[in-house]
Write a protein that binds this ligand. Structure first.
Ligand code: 1GP
Length: 247
């Protein structure tokens, strides 16, 4: 399997091209919906699927990825809520270090445990500085990770955290207001952080409209992730992907 997702993302960033990602939480996906989701994603030229969840209670991760792979060529990237969410059927894995928090297990502990498996895996490993930003409601990831998010108005803290991640050698920064966030990340925070780092910036959490996707890419996001909104209304994929791609 070719390991070119990161190279492709960096090349797109240089050209100012933005990416649109659909988040699939296997727990929330009804079997009958996945076919429609994949068809829409194909039509909309969605750039990747992220697959994962803060707490996965079913064991259909492999099955979900296989179903996607059978029906399209869109890359599948694991977005693991825990070290149990590992599948060699995916193309890549976000190797998340929760740099907004101070939980050592999620900064390095889980990485040590999983390193021997990942070293020999066929997955493209994408070292990612993961930053939770307060989205107005307590999120599953905040509870499960036992960490506080960065306050929504503290742009300086977000900038310093992202720059620290870049200086530590991380390949991506993912700022996430959490799934179902009431308030998505502010445009001023996206602007400040994107201007402060050279690595690609992923933004997600609480994005519900194509207009918000457009605003976020114009503010400097390189990749937009949407989960809840397209679970509720899969047709949104078409306009949201277009908004990201048109910039
Ligand atoms: C959460 O960024 C993702 O980790 C997506 O959030 O489900 O609110 O779109 P939503």
């Amino acid at each position: 399997m070719s390991k070119n997702i990161y190279a492709d993302l960096c090349a797109a960033k240089v050209k100012g091209q933005k990416k649109f990602v659909v988040l699939i939480d296997p727990d929330k996906l009804e079997t009958q919906n996945i076919d429609q989701l994949i068809e829409l994603a194909n039509t909309a030229k969605v750039d990747s699927f992220f697959v994962g969840g803060s707490l996965m209670v079913s064991d259909i991760l492999d099955h979900t990825i296989s179903t996607v792979k059978e029906q399209c060529n869109i890359p599948v990237v694991l977005f693991p809520g825990s070290s149990l969410q590992l599948s060699y059927r995916a193309d890549a894995l976000l190797y998340l270090s929760l740099i907004s928090g101070r939980n050592p297990e999620l900064l390095i502990g889980k990485h040590v445990e999983t390193a021997p498996f990942l070293k020999i895996s066929p997955l493209e490993i994408l070292s990612t500085g993961y930053m939770l930003i307060d989205g107005g409601v307590p999120t599953s990831v905040s509870y499960m990770s036992n960490t506080y998010p960065i306050p929504a108005t503290k742009d300086d803290i977000a900038v310093c955290t992202a720059v620290a991640g870049e200086l530590l050698g991380m390949k991506l920064i993912y700022m996430d207001a959490g799934s179902g966030a009431e308030k998505p990340i502010s445009l001023s925070m996206i602007e400040r952080v994107s201007q402060s780092i050279d690595i690609p910036l992923i933004i997600g959490g609480g994005i519900r409209t194509a207009e918000k996707v457009r605003e976020n890419v114009r503010a400097g996001a390189d990749m937009i992730v949407v989960g809840n909104a397209v679970e509720k209304d899969p047709q949104l994929i078409i306009d949201m992907a277009a908004a990201a791609h048109e910039g």
